[in-house]
Design a protein around this ligand. Structure first.
Ligand code: MF3
Ligand code: CO
Ligand code: CO
Length: 291
């Protein structure tokens, strides 16, 4: 469906949306959140990532929505499923890369040949739904079976990084304020911020200006304005920040094979802060919601 884009581009070429556009983003974001809620109970040892992806695809289609990732630059799936040392863009069905040593299960030290989850895996699932032309993009962490202590801390800090970034969002602050808040918290906990991937503007498109980087200097970068829609999606590593993309052209892994985590929300800047479009309606965003 082709539609004229609403709003206008500001001097930094960032789209400023009118107030009425929030409703569409809210609906798309809530559907994405419901999808990520739905999948939670299926993430356990023995399940194949491809099965999780099939459930996600069916959920999106049953809701009368579309997956933004199927057919996106040749990607064929309704979700990215990124396990342990996979930073992002894990392909459901592809063999899970061998993990490093920051894991709880001895099984994880064996070479992996398929996409089946094992006890102790930490898993990011990233879903983007298109509902009535609006994009909702969100990801969160899940745990298959036993959560290791280092991984628990990684997930906790990564979630805090996202929320601290979001707290920095209000008109008059800058994108650098978001990145600085995230970087300070990650590095203050002796973790590192991935530089090679970033958040992005979205709305009636998947990826738009600006690049939302998760590090930087307070006060630098474009000024935030009411009506901007974008994602914040920090990837935080237990080890060094460096990544590489595997030969499949998608799977991004940490170079040092240590574990990594990510959380993503789609948000809209309001007069005095922001609205989080992809908040979980059941409060299941954080993986220890039942603890
Ligand atoms: N959802 C991802 C993001 O946060 C993009 C995934 S693109 C894909 O921007 F093709 F890998 F699915
Ligand atoms: Co995104
Ligand atoms: Co995403």
């Amino acid at each position: 469906m082709h539609r004229a884009k609403t709003g206008f581009l500001n001097k930094d070429r960032i789209r400023i949306h009118p107030a009425e556009d929030f409703a569409g983003m809210r609906a798309a974001g809530q559907l994405t959140a419901e999808c990520l809620d739905m999948i939670a109970e299926f993430v356990k040892p023995g399940v194949a990532a491809e099965e999780l992806d099939a459930r996600i695809q069916a959920f999106i289609e049953d809701a009368g929505a579309e997956s933004a990732t199927i057919g996106y630059r040749g990607f064929q799936h309704a979700s990215c499923i990124s396990v342990n040392n996979v930073v992002c863009h894990g392909i459901p069905g592809a063999p899970i890369p061998k993990a490093g040593h920051e894991t709880v299960s001895k099984d994880l030290e064996k070479r992996r040949t398929n996409d089946t989850l094992l006890d102790g895996d930490i898993v990011n699932i990233d879903v983007t739904c298109i509902l009535d032309g609006w994009f909702g993009d969100s990801s969160r962490m899940y745990v298959a079976g036993t959560l290791g202590r280092r991984d628990a801390r990684l997930i906790e800090v990564t979630h805090e990084c996202l929320m601290l970034g979001i707290e920095a969002v209000k008109p008059g602050n800058t994108f650098g304020d978001i990145g600085a808040a995230i970087q300070r918290h990650a590095e203050g906990n002796r973790m590192s911020v991935v530089r090679d991937f970033c958040g992005h503007g979205l709305g009636q498109v998947f990826h738009a200006e600006p690049n939302v980087v998760h590090y930087g200097r307070a006060g630098s970068g474009a000024v935030l304005e009411e009506g901007m829609f974008f994602t914040i999606e920090p990837m935080i590593n237990l080890g060094k920040p460096f990544t590489k993309v595997l030969a499949d052209g998608w799977t991004a892994v940490t170079k040092d094979k240590k574990n990594t985590a990510q959380f993503e929300h789609s948000i809209g800047v309001t007069a005095d802060g922001c609205e989080i479009f992809t908040l979980s309606p059941t409060g299941k965003f954080h993986p220890t919601w039942e603890a």
